[in-house]
Design a protein around this ligand. Structure first.
Ligand SMILES: Nc1ncnc2c1ncn2[C@@H]1O[C@H](COP(=O)(O)OP(=O)(O)O)[C@@H](O)[C@H]1O
Ligand SMILES: [Mg+2]
Length: 240
């Protein structure tokens, strides 16, 4: 596991709010390896979501360099960026962000239809990924007919649909109870181990750290610490 998939150099992000400028990311340097599971820890407001939005090309850096699979994102045209997002990245959010009016299969079909699959191809693939996340018995349920954990599984299936190299999961267990959160983490970890997906999660959650290959701490927009899992001692509620 040594191929660098994501290379971040001197990455900066500022939000200009007229009178004040918020420096959300300050000279971030980071390499993420293909297939690894990286947890990003940091207090609220430390820049975790901003970093995810940069890596996932949902927003543009103010400065520095960001390469994914050897491609510098700032050089891509809007059309190529959209293609990059659709094919390289799967997003998982704290609030699931499913379409409430549609059943699980249809929610998972959306990114497949956007990337040009026929409805039949999309449906076949949607059922396949919903089976991978353990929801083969909930294909036609709408979000309001599913538990929080099941909704997050649908979101993970949707993220997996286009066979992405990277899954970005921003506090995916924040709305879930302890056990359900642990199941979601186990699922993400399985995807990384068995399918070679690079998983990056933002979390406050110490139980997410145990499955990580590495853990990155950020505070106030800067990298504070980056360690391999085996080099630290994780206990419930604390890390040393
Ligand atoms: N769209 C935005 N406009 C202005 N400030 C923002 C915006 N998004 C984030 N910020 C600010 O950037 C900093 C980092 O935020 P964020 O990345 O959301 O932190 P985290 O995800 O770690 O809680 C915070 O100070 C936040 O208020
Ligand atoms: Mg956040």
């Amino acid at each position: 596991m040594s191929e660098v998939l994501i290379s971040v150099r001197d990455l900066r992000k500022e939000f200009d709010l007229g009178k004040v400028k918020v420096h959300a990311l300050k000279d971030i340097d980071l390499d993420v390896y293909r297939g690894e599971y990286l947890s990003v820890m940091g207090p609220s407001g430390s820049g975790k979501s901003t970093l995810f939005n940069m890596i996932g090309a949902l927003d543009k850096p103010s400065g520095g360099k960001l390469e994914v699979a050897g491609v510098e994102l700032s050089r891509l045209s809007p059309r190529k960026l959209a293609h990059f997002r659709g094919n390289y990245i799967g997003y998982v959010f704290q609030a699931y962000n499913l379409l409430p009016a549609y059943d699980a299969v249809t929610n998972v079909c959306m990114p497949l239809l956007f990337s040009g699959k026929t409805p039949m191809q999309a449906t076949t693939r949607a059922k396949e990924v919903l089976t991978i996340v353990g929801l083969e018995h909930r294909l036609t349920h709408r979000p309001d007919e599913l538990s929080g954990g099941q909704q997050q599984r649908v979101a993970i299936a949707r993220a997996l649909a286009n066979d992405p190299a990277i899954i970005l999961a921003d506090e995916p267990t924040a709305n879930l109870d302890l056990n359900t959160g642990a199941e979601i983490i186990a699922l993400l970890s399985k995807l990384s181990r068995e399918m070679g997906v690079t998983v990056i999660t933002a979390t406050h959650d110490h139980k997410m750290l145990d499955v990580s290959d590495r853990i990155l701490w950020i505070a106030d927009g800067r990298v504070k610490r980056l360690v391999r899992r085996e080099d630290i001692n994780i206990q419930v509620g604390s890390v040393s």
